[in-house]
Design a protein around this ligand. Structure first.
Ligand code: FAD
Length: 497
């Protein structure tokens, strides 16, 4: 195939994943690439997904999206972190806040000094040394143009998909409405040749992106990629979800509240609060979970709770032949750390890096799959840590989670932490040392010692370092306006444009 022959990319599915793919490809692919997206309104989308991590901002920036317009269109809000309430027992709360915690000194990161200070009886909980957390708990947020804090968004993923659809269609993506009935494969290569739609329509392509959601119509249905089932490590397999009218604090953070057999999310948007209870069906019935959710809302429920069923795990191969899966078609890990939409984004970045202009080279496909394996297993480990280190004794679900047989990769991380307060972020792992630190320390996993280099800082200096860090952060946070004001201003600016 010469460079200028047309190259056709077919995206199957128009949920958040499909339209993210269409937008990014429309923005970056060369003129001879043709992009068609097929979706079926009768099937619809999964209809949940509201919390993200800071990397989403890079995605929007890459597309050149205006932040104020995006927030207005998706009814979004700001997110500075996630509060984990009750994971160590009722009444306890800690935060995985984005960004740095404390300040390092000398060669060492902050957590080594904090571990030493704790042994000496000088350290306060991490909440006192994280600017994101101090601001978030005070419901504050920097004004645009002020000092930046790392942040992400809460938004309505359905509205985001609609927003991206307008973006992609304006840049030449063709949308075809129709139900994909079968997938036709090339008898020689085994690649996908075409999708057959209702009414005898046939859509041919060179590269197929499967964004058909949990069903994985192309990647599993046709290409039989296989599934790595991780439900023995993350046994939650259902969620009940219901939005409610606004009530309670308009928090610039997600809340994850531990319940009898899982946890409940609370995500404030401009027009409603998103709520859901993620649970293990082996430990609680759907009815009881729905009852618990409804009893724990800050406002009036908007409708009856919807049940979503899932199995945690990933496609064994997310790219097979000329078919690559994104979003729920690629796999699913529960939304505890809001990673699903990010996984679409990072897989898309890899697709762009390896973008074929003919038949995909098997060596590059293997490389893509190896990277996906690494990324997914390390996120899985991070999620498992939250459950394993819980302090909710006497509740069967939580007792079972504390007794989990951990994957070797996670055991090794915990051992290194215990042995000397070491946290080692492996190449391209999503969650940083600071993220691991907050969960390890927040959930009481004790480090037996710390790096002896920390002893080089005189004790009075250490005390001063901690006190001044806290004081500066409290001062900086107090100078910030309320989240609700910052958002209100931005959204009304966008409306005036
Ligand atoms: P879907 O939304 O299911 O879209 C599938 C598309 O394929 C639809 O357009 C459908 O019409 C089309 N389709 C399917 N079959 C056919 C067919 N035969 N013919 C034609 N079209 C077809 N992610 C986060 O990042 N943060 C969160 O907080 C978060 N919370 C979640 C909570 C729960 C309980 C669940 C289940 C998921 C959550 N997610 C979250 C994940 C997030 O919802 C998804 O990653 C995201 O919405 C992408 O979904 P998708 O586009 O892959 O699939």
């Amino acid at each position: 195939m010469s460079e200028q022959d047309p190259f056709k990319i077919v995206i199957a599915g128009g949920g958040t994943a499909g339209w993210m793919a269409a937008s990014l490809l429309a923005r970056f692919s060369p003129a001879h690439f043709e992009i068609e997206l097929v979706e079926s309104e009768t099937i619809g989308t999964v209809g949940v997904g509201e919390a993200t991590i800071p990397q989403i901002r890079h995605f929007n920036q890459a597309l050149g999206i205006d932040e104020a317009e995006f927030l207005r269109e998706t009814k979004g809000s700001f997110k500075l972190g996630i509060a984990f309430d009750g994971w160590m027992g009722d009444g306890h709360s800690y935060m995985h806040a984005f960004g740095q915690v404390g300040r390092g000194a000398g060669l060492l990161p902050f957590h080594q000094h904090w571990l030493r200070a704790r042994k000496l009886g000088h350290a306060r909980p991490l909440a006192h040394y994280s600017l994101n957390e101090i601001a978030a708990r005070a419901l504050r947020m920097p004004a645009p143009g002020g000092p930046e804090l790392p942040y992400a968004y809460h938004f309505d993923a359905g509205l985001y998909a609609a927003f991206l659809r307008r973006f992609a269609e304006a840049r030449g993506v063709t949308r075809t409405e129709g139900l994909i009935e079968s997938v036709e494969r090339n008898g020689e290569t085994g690649d996908i040749a075409a999708l057959t739609l209702d009414g005898d329509r046939r859509i041919e392509g060179d590269l197929f992106i499967d964004c058909t959601g949990f069903r994985g119509l192309l990647i599993e249905g046709a290409m039989e990629a296989g599934f790595d089932d991780w439900s023995h490590l993350l046994p939650c397999d259902r969620a009940v979800a219901v939005p409610c009218s606004g009530g309670g604090d308009f928090t610039p953070y997600t809340r994850s509240i531990a319940r009898e057999a899982g946890w409940q999310w609370r995500i404030p948007l401009q027009h409603r609060i998103g709520n859901g209870y993620v649970f293990s069906s082996a430990h609680i019935s759907e009815d009881k979970a729905a009852e618990t959710l409804l009893a724990n809302l800050d406002g009036e429920a908007d409708g009856t709770p919807r049940v979503l069923k899932f199995t945690t795990g990933k496609r064994h191969r997310q790219w097979v032949g000329n078919c690559v899966a994104l979003g729920l078609a690629a796999g699913f890990m529960e939304p505890l750390e809001s990673t699903s939409i990010h996984l679409v984004q990072s897989a898309l970045a890899r697709v762009l890096q390896l973008l074929p202009s003919g038949r995909p080279d098997p060596a590059l496909v293997d490389h893509f799959n190896a990277q996906a394996d690494f990324e997914w297993t390390r996120i899985r480990d991070f999620l498992v840590l939250h459950y394993w280190a819980n302090g909710r004794e006497g509740q069967p679900f939580w007792d079972a989670m504390r007794a989990l047989d951990l994957p070797d990769t996670l055991s090794a991380k915990i051992e290194q932490w215990r042995a000397g307060g070491h946290i080692h972020r492996e190449h391209e792992e999503l969650f940083t040392e600071v993220a691991w630190f907050q969960v390890l320390a927040g959930q009481g996993v004790e480090a037996d010692s710390y790096n002896p280099l920390a002893d080089a800082v005189p004790e009075n200096e250490l005390v001063g370092l901690l006190a001044s860090t806290e004081e500066q952060m409290v001062r900086a946070a107090n100078a910030m306006p309320q989240h609700v004001e910052v958002l209100g201003k931005l959204v009304s600016q966008a409306a005036r444009k």
